[in-house]
Design a protein around this ligand. Structure first.
Ligand SMILES: [Cu+2]
Length: 162
């Protein structure tokens, strides 16, 4: 019950509604659950920067472009090779820039939002044992209505060119 109310509030607060949700069920005809995509969403330059110290979280960067007809707000993320993931942004706190969990990230139709060092990123905690340079993982951006867009990100060693 609480979940339903929460979803209704989220839908009310964004510019897409029930129609957008029913669209996505029609699109999801692929068999592989890992190949979920949202029409019009394109990801480029995806990479996962391994932490300099093993056991620390990794940061995932990419550009997300919305060529679809509706604005879309991504609220959370999942990373296959990590125990959990959070969407982070840098914000000023006590005169210093610190990272913290970001509010839903709006990608307006026709625009690109950069997840990049010093800005928005996906933080991947508890990386799978043995996951390292040259490996890749599925990353899923999740929008309201549990619409999911999955892409691959390859791991780069800390200190590599970001
Ligand atoms: Cu972070």
């Amino acid at each position: 019950m609480n979940k339903l109310i929460y979803a209704a509030i989220l839908l009310a607060g964004t510019s897409f509604g029930i129609a957008a949700c029913s669209d996505s069920t029609n699109e999801n005809t692929e068999v592989d659950a890992g190949a979920e995509t949202i029409d019009g969403i394109e990801i480029s330059d995806a990479r996962l920067m391994l932490p300099p110290v093993a056991g620390n979280p990794a940061a995932i960067y990419f550009d997300v472009t919305n060529n679809g007809e509706r604005n879309i707000a991504f609220r959370s993320a999942e990373v296959e090779q990590a125990g959990r993931a959070e969407v982070h942004d840098m914000m000023e706190y006590d005169f210093e820039m610190v990272m913290g969990e970001a509010p839903p990230i709006m990608v307006e139709t026709g625009s690109t939002v950069a997840f990049e060092p010093g800005g928005k990123h996906i933080m991947a905690f508890e990386l799978a044992e043995g996951f390292g340079e040259g490996d890749s993982t599925e990353v899923t951006l999740i929008a309201a209505g549990n619409r999911r867009h999955t892409f691959e990100a390859a791991a780069q060693a800390a200190g590599d060119d970001r």
